[in-house]
Design a protein around this ligand. Structure first.
Ligand code: UT7
Length: 321
């Protein structure tokens, strides 16, 4: 089996920023509550003309340029998004057309929510390692601002829009060491966005994210702790071998608990939550791209990526970057 590695990364954030002070004018909340309970100070909000596709395209082009490849070198496109342009054709197919290529597999992962990027990365990694394809374009792109209920203070303060992309390619040296995916449908009601295609639905009930935040918080902390143990054991490594945690950006208190679990200081955690909020499946590639671009994450370092979200679904990757 061949090796796979992250060859390049890219990102896109909409220009418009929504601060906590702005939210105080929309719902009954306060900057103090939001910062203390979540760690979020602001989030980016897509302009009317921006979609998961337009943002994915911008992030993808930056990642391709970073990896020094052209569209013709791409052997697979996966877009993790809970906010696609349409049910089908997939956002990935629409992007493929915009990139001027055809033939390679292209599909969306719509239902793995905030864990979507981990699922997409895992699939791309296996295709590259099996030698079936040489390079894969893996993207998380979300316009969460279009699926939050702007009258629900418990959820509308959390989410933001944006896209992150990575190019996974064949490599001479071990890069992505392992990926680990899980799901547990018994927790299906904790976080949902119901858009029922096959049966009648109550439209009022259906279109917004519903979340039991405190229950999800506890589940996340337990699940991620076990996931770290599993990931390290699979590679016969210990916490001391990890240089960077690149987590899903849901809540600073969850991130702090996870850093503590790994004995990592917070300056060894890629955090974008303060400025970007929770961008669902885009949050991990956005955090990764930022920490690589500003020179904090360096080649050769050991990265632990983790994501969790509705389903529940969760996953990790261990990467010698
Ligand atoms: O990306 C998918 C994964 N997502 C997550 O993992 C989210 C995990 N959960 C969380 O991040 C936290 O649970 C939240 C930030 C969503 C909520 O924080 P919490 O500390 O768990 O608050 P809570 O839901 O237990 O609510 C505590 C109080 C309630 O008031 P009462 O009933 O105690 O009077 C809420 O009504 O805080 C109130 N509250 C707010 N107050 C001011 C809820 N939202 C707000 C708000 N501003 N925006």
């Amino acid at each position: 089996m061949a090796y796979s590695q992250i060859l390049g990364t890219g990102s896109y954030l909409p220009e418009k920023i929504l601060t906590n002070a702005d939210l105080e004018k929309i719902v009954d909340t306060s900057t103090e509550w939001i910062v203390e309970r979540t760690g979020i100070h602001q989030r980016h909000i897509a302009a009317e003309h921006e979609t998961a596709l337009t943002m994915a395209e911008k992030a993808a082009k930056q990642a391709m340029s970073d990896a020094n490849i052209t569209a013709n070198d791409i052997g697979m496109i996966i877009i993790a998004t809970t906010t696609p342009e349409k049910m089908f054709p997939s956002t990935a197919c629409l992007l493929q057309q915009r990139l001027g290529i055809s033939g390679c597999p292209a599909f969306d992962l719509n239902s793995t929510a905030c864990a979507g990027f981990m699922y997409a990365l895992s699939i791309a990694d296996l295709y590259v390692k099996q030698g079936i394809i040489k390079n894969a374009l893996v993207i998380g792109s979300e316009v969460m601002s279009r699926v939050v209920d702007w009258s629900d203070r418990a959820t509308c303060i959390l989410f933001g829009d944006g896209a992150g992309a990575v190019i996974i390619g064949a490599s001479q040296q071990p890069g992505i060491l392992s990926t680990h995916l899980h799901a547990d449908g018994t927790h299906k009601d904790v976080l949902s966005l119901t858009v029922s295609i096959g049966k009648p639905m109550d439209v009022e009930e259906a279109l917004y994210i519903k979340m039991t935040g405190n229950q999800l918080f506890k589940l996340a902390v337990n699940i991620l702790g076990d996931l770290f143990d599993e990931t390290l054991e699979a590679n016969s490594l210990t916490k001391a071998d990890i240089d960077w945690l690149v987590p899903h950006q849901a809540n600073i208190r969850i991130i702090q608990a996870m850093a503590k679990k790994l004995n990592l200081p917070l300056d060894r955690v890629a955090i974008t939550l303060e400025d970007q909020g929770n961008t669902s499946s885009a949050s991990i590639p956005l955090a990764l791209d930022k920490a690589i671009r500003d020179g904090r994450i360096k080649r050769g370092e050991m990265l632990l990526l983790e994501g969790f979200g509705g389903g529940l679904a969760w996953g990790s990757a261990l990467i010698r970057y």
